[in-house]
Design a protein around this ligand. Structure first.
Ligand code: UD1
Ligand code: MG
Length: 452
């Protein structure tokens, strides 16, 4: 239980110039999901009363996502600094007297536990005016610095640009995340000025203004990786790498074998059951759920797929959205499955395309089978009954149904339905001419000898 309701204010009005992108910075994805969505998803776990995203340009790009998450956007027309950005949310919170948690839209790895600690610290017995999250990065760069006392209260907060050499030597950096009580926070924010090296309204100044009123603030520390921000594509890749590193550890802790962890890429929502084995170089796109004891062999690419217990996939398999692979089914090398269901124990082991199809339990799809599902205008379904056998290199021209137990001869182009237990052959008849090859060779050799 939270000590009191809280509103989250997410700052995302910065220009994001270094991303060199037409896409709003906070919409760039980590593990297949917009940074802002990660952050709002984590927040959800804490049950915020309000979620307000402060945007500059590009409001129309983020609005949809924010509304879908039950939040609202406010615009900061000119980027005059972090304190000014937070103030833009004041009208939205006129009727709100709980806590405020300030987050950055471009710092998506912060964990719910850290957010929770901020709010709890705010309500500790000594009632600090504000709680700031500090961190100690390997390279403190140009972060603002926090001068803290031994008891975790803050003596001074100073921006790098304004700091003395001694202050710059302090390794406790300001992450920018801050918690305070709404009424107190906005009163302090109105007093923040811009008389500093950057000419900006600094959010950390609320700590100094509170101190001048005799109210202390406190710092809590978080791991540097949690506070990693994204300002460039290179930093986007670093944050992605960190997210993946942690997700791999979680998968292994949950009982999944990763033969070469660094080569497996997860999406934000990948679900994998116990005792699955993921071989090297497997990529999961969004929307994948895998049962237990499934083996995903090397170099497979899987997205939007549900895979039941004991199935085997790959090597080199591609499962696309709508693939449903049944228990103990097998999808082998160079097989692509899209919007298709494979029943229990069905097999498509080699060089096949199954799109818009329903394959019954125990059916065997021969090498090189193609479901021809598209005529350039519409998509059509192929239904293959239980225990059917499709001979190699067959083209099944949809819409078409192959009955249960039917057998399609290799090399067939099937354009009409096949009844249950029937044999269908739809290919040129074989013709044999005895001795003809020998006579052909003799005639040609003679012609060549005559110097033709
Ligand atoms: C800020 C902190 C600094 C801290 C650092 C951590 C201030 C004054 N400085 O510096 O102490 O070490 O973050 O990364 O707060 N933003 C707006 N509107 C604005 C300005 C910023 O929405 O007018 C948003 C940005 O989109 C970004 C966040 O606030 O998400 C931080 O802004 P940024 O310009 O990166 O602040 P720093 O100068 O890095
Ligand atoms: Mg920054």
């Amino acid at each position: 239980m939270r000590p009191s309701p809280f509103a989250a204010i997410i700052l995302a009005a910065g220009k994001g110039t270094r991303m060199q992108s037409d896409v709003h910075k906070v919409l760039h994805p980590i593990a297949g999901r917009a940074m802002l969505d990660h952050l709002m998803g984590v927040l959800e776990g804490l049950g915020p009363a309000r979620k307000i995203v402060v945007v500059g340009s590009g409001r129309e790009q983020v609005e949809g996502l924010v509304e879908a998450r039950g939040g609202e956007t406010v615009v900061q027309d000119r980027q005059l600094g972090t304190a000014h950005a937070v103030l833009q949310a004041e009208p939205c919170l006129a009727d709100f007297d709980g806590d405020v948690l300030i987050l950055y839209g471009d710092t998506p790895l912060i964990e719910a536990e850290t957010m929770g600690r901020m709010l709890e610290r705010l309500h500790a017995g000594d009632r600090p005016a504000a709680v700031v999250v500090g961190f100690r990065p390997k390279d403190p760069l140009q972060y603002g610095r926090i001068l803290a006392r031994g008891d975790g209260t803050i003596e001074k907060m100073v921006e790098y640009k304004d700091a003395t050499p001694e202050e710059r030597a302090v390794d406790l950096c300001n992450s920018g995340m801050l918690a305070a009580r709404a009424g107190e926070l906005f009163t302090l924010l109105h007093r923040v000025g811009s008389d500093n090296a950057a000419g900006e309204y600094y959010l950390p100044d609320v700590v100094m203004l509170a101190a001048a009123d005799g109210r202390h603030s406190a710092v809590i520390e978080a791991e540097p990786w949690e506070m990693a921000g994204v300002n460039s594509r290179a930093e986007l890749a670093l944050v992605e790498a960190e997210w993946q590193r942690r997700r791999r550890l979680k998968a292994m802790a949950d009982g999944v074998t990763l033969v070469a962890p660094d080569t497996v890429w997860f999406a934000h929502d990948t679900v994998i059951g116990r005792d699955c084995v993921i071989e090297p170089n497997v990529v999961f796109g969004p929307g994948v759920t895998i049962g237990e004891r499934v083996r995903i062999k090397a170099f497979s690419h899987i997205e939007g797929a549900v895979i039941a217990d004991d199935a085997q996939i790959g090597p080199y398999a591609r499962l696309r959205p709508g693939a449903e692979i049944g228990e103990k089914a097998r999808v082998g090398n160079f097989v692509e499955v899209k919007k298709a269901r494979l029943g229990k124990g069905a097999k498509a082991n080699h060089l096949t395309y199954l799109g818009d199809a329903d394959v019954g339990a125990g059916a065997n799809i021969g090498a090189g089978t193609i479901t021809c599902n598209y005529d350039g205008y519409f998509k059509y379904r192929t239904v293959i009954g239980e225990g059917a056998f499709i001979g190699s290199n067959s083209a099944l021209v949809a819409p078409v149904t192959i009955g249960p137990g039917a057998l399609v001869g290799a090399g067939s182009v099937v354009t009409r339905d096949v009844a249950a237990d029937a044999v269908a052959l739809a290919r040129g008849q074989q013709v044999e001419k005895p001795g003809r090859a020998k006579r052909f060779r003799e005639a040609m050799a003679a012609k060549k000898n005559r110097g033709a």
